[in-house]
Design a protein around this ligand. Structure first.
Ligand SMILES: Nc1ncnc2c1ncn2[C@@H]1O[C@H](COP(=O)(O)OP(=O)(O)OP(=O)(O)O)[C@@H](O)[C@H]1O
Length: 268
């Protein structure tokens, strides 16, 4: 029998001040090893959904309701300490802007080793060796040099890979990736997609937030389509791509194909 990894029930996000609801009682679930793509146009509530699950929304601004059971524990209700020990270890994230994942004034190596030491009972040398291995695993060959570098000394694509290394280091059960390829060039995008494919092959579940049908098509086995904070449709990638039921999904797919063609045309 398949094992539930994440079960989201009636998740909602509201702006405290205006009372506006940005995510409207959405429900979905993920099985172990599954890759789910959340797709929708700008402003549809994809990022809010990912951030709500990771508890990254400022509680002074946003109110989050509903349940998000991760391995049976409600992420939204866990005590801060419990949640912190889960985030990074069992649950990690890859964001659109890798600069937000790293502290700007601390060398990459220090950030990786501190993360490892915070979660595992290992010494400094072991942490250093593991961090090096994690960087090499994502094809960052000059790993020693990268360990000595500050975030601003790396290219966008390299930093994105370093962030993937950081996310993978503790062998999480689930990685939430938000527009992870949006801020890099086409070559880096291709490489990052390859890294995601490797992550999938290791049986780690992925929740991919993207506006790009191409990214979702390359990676996801299940798709959830969002609009105005609601789920318009969800199902296997095959069913969504081959027989979309909703007009909005068709429009999104057409827009994505058009963008792809335009990108291609610009490269000539
Ligand atoms: N800090 C904020 N304060 C108030 N409203 C916000 C804030 N951030 C986002 N929103 C609103 O929440 C809604 C959902 O935004 P969200 O960022 O989740 O969209 P998205 O689907 O991820 O789009 P994009 O791909 O452009 O990031 C939008 O209407 C947006 O204007």
């Amino acid at each position: 029998m398949s094992e539930k990894l994440l079960e989201v029930r009636n998740l909602n996000v509201r702006l405290k001040k205006s009372g506006e609801t940005l995510v409207k009682d959405i429900s979905f679930s993920m099985e172990k090893g599954q890759t789910l793509g959340i797709i929708g146009e700008s402003g549809s509530g994809k990022t809010m959904t990912g951030k709500a699950l990771l508890r990254l929304l400022n509680p002074r601004v946003f109110e989050t309701g509903g349940e998000a059971l991760f391995c049976g524990r409600n992420l939204l209700a866990l005590h801060e300490d419990e949640f912190r020990s889960l985030r990074g270890k069992a649950l990690s994230m890859i964001m659109q802007n890798p600069m937000t994942a790293f502290a700007p004034m601390t060398r990459i190596g220090k950030q990786l080793t501190v993360t490892l030491s915070a979660h595992l009972a290992i010494g400094k040398k072991e942490a250093y060796e593991r961090a090096l291995r994690a960087l090499r695993d994502v094809n960052l060959h000059q790993a020693e040099k990268i360990m000595r570098s500050y975030p601003h000394e790396l290219s966008g694509g390299m930093l994105q890979r370093a962030m993937i290394a950081l996310a993978l280091m503790l062998r999480p059960k689930l990685i939430i990736a938000d527009e992870a390829t949006s801020s890099v060039d086409a070559i880096s995008e291709e490489m990052i997609l390859e890294e995601f494919m490797k992550i999938r092959a290791q049986g780690i579940s992925l929740l991919i937030v993207t506006h790009d049908f191409g990214v979702a098509a390359a990676l996801a086995d299940h798709i959830l389509v969002m609009k105005d904070g609601c789920i318009m449709e969800q199902g296997t990638a095959r069913s969504i791509f081959h027989a979309p039921r909703h007009e909005y999904t068709k429009e999104l797919m057409d827009a994505s194909v058009l963008a792809e063609v335009n990108n291609h045309a610009q490269s000539f």
